[in-house]
Design a protein around this ligand. Structure first.
Ligand SMILES: Nc1ncnc2c1ncn2[C@@H]1O[C@H](COP(=O)(O)OP(=O)(O)OP(=O)(O)O)[C@@H](O)[C@H]1O
Length: 275
């Protein structure tokens, strides 16, 4: 068991963490006494983009937030089940919350850079929080690496001291991706990351995801069926029918799920017949 106080600061120039598999086992979730997920199990393999699809309110975001311990921030929220990162339970009582968030980063629907903070400092904002120390040279290198991976370096390298809030929506979202990458996560969770963006910015983020997946396991919630097909290799279809808690109806290879789904409800959903 890891000791909560034993985590020494890690240097920023350590090599990228190896790819990791995230395994959710029998996840149930509640807000108060309202159950919103019922025994959901899903393996999100290393180096794969997994998309979570399904109608509004079926529990996709709740499931995603459980994967990095954000669900517990809601006072009435509770859950059952296990989330294993390469076999280690992220809810183990000996594990620090901040470690789970460091290893499993999150990008939200609405870009949320610190608006008055410079682009440079935005990228590095997670370092202090997660106890990563870095020299000036290491910070410069990290900023360049993360902005490059997020597809922003060429656009922004001459204005790193400008405020993050002055960027376009698409650039802000990519800045948030760069900020997530700076702490070298092993998994990146993305909750409808393109829903506030125009088609061009959306395509840039999708291309970024396809590059990033070589370094980090990705799980994305999306309402866009074309996006799920473009970016993900694995897909899970969630449904909460007639007031029952959300559950996975079907999951597997994305191409197969769209071309030849097993369950008629999946067929109807991916063909736009409901939801
Ligand atoms: N903070 C909260 N407090 C109480 N209930 C909540 C809270 N957040 C979500 N819920 C409820 O949990 C259920 C699942 O919501 P969730 O946001 O996970 O669904 P979703 O599939 O991601 O929906 P959408 O696609 O619209 O974002 C819904 O019934 C929702 O009303």
């Amino acid at each position: 068991m890891r000791n909560a106080t034993a985590t020494a600061p890690a240097p920023a120039d350590e090599p990228p963490a190896p790819l990791a598999t995230l395994d959710a086992r029998d996840i149930s979730a509640w807000f108060g006494d309202h159950q919103v997920l019922d025994r959901v199990s899903l393996t999100m393999p290393a180096g794969v983009v997994t998309s979570l699809i399904g109608p509004s309110g079926c529990g996709k975001s709740t499931f995603l937030r459980i994967l990095n311990r954000m669900h517990e921030l809601v006072p009435s929220a509770s859950l059952a089940g296990e989330v294993l990162l390469d076999g280690d339970d992220i809810y183990d009582t000996g594990r620090r919350l901040v470690d789970a968030r460091k290893h499993i980063g999150m990008v939200f629907q609405k870009p949320n850079p610190f608006p008055a903070m410079s682009i440079y400092d935005n990228v590095l904002a997670g370092l202090t929080l997660t106890g990563i120390r870095a020299s000036r040279d290491e910070k410069d290198h990290l900023v360049e690496t993360c902005l490059t991976k997020a597809g922003l370096w060429r656009e922004l390298k001459d204005r790193l001291r400008a405020p993050g809030g002055g960027l376009s929506g698409g650039q802000q979202q990519r800045l948030c991706i760069a900020r997530s990458l700076a702490v070298k996560p092993r998994v990146l969770l993305m909750d409808e990351p393109c829903s506030a963006l125009d088609p061009t910015s959306t395509r840039v983020i999708e291309e970024t995801m396809l590059e990033l997946v070589h370094d980090v396991t990705i799980v994305i919630v999306t309402h866009n069926m074309q996006q799920a097909q473009r970016v993900s290799q694995q897909c899970a279809f969630f449904l909460a029918s007639h007031g029952t808690p959300g559950a996975i109806v079907e999951h597997g290879d994305t191409e197969a799920m769209f071309a030849d789904p097993i369950d008629p409800r999946t067929f109807d959903y991916v063909n736009g017949r409901f939801g």
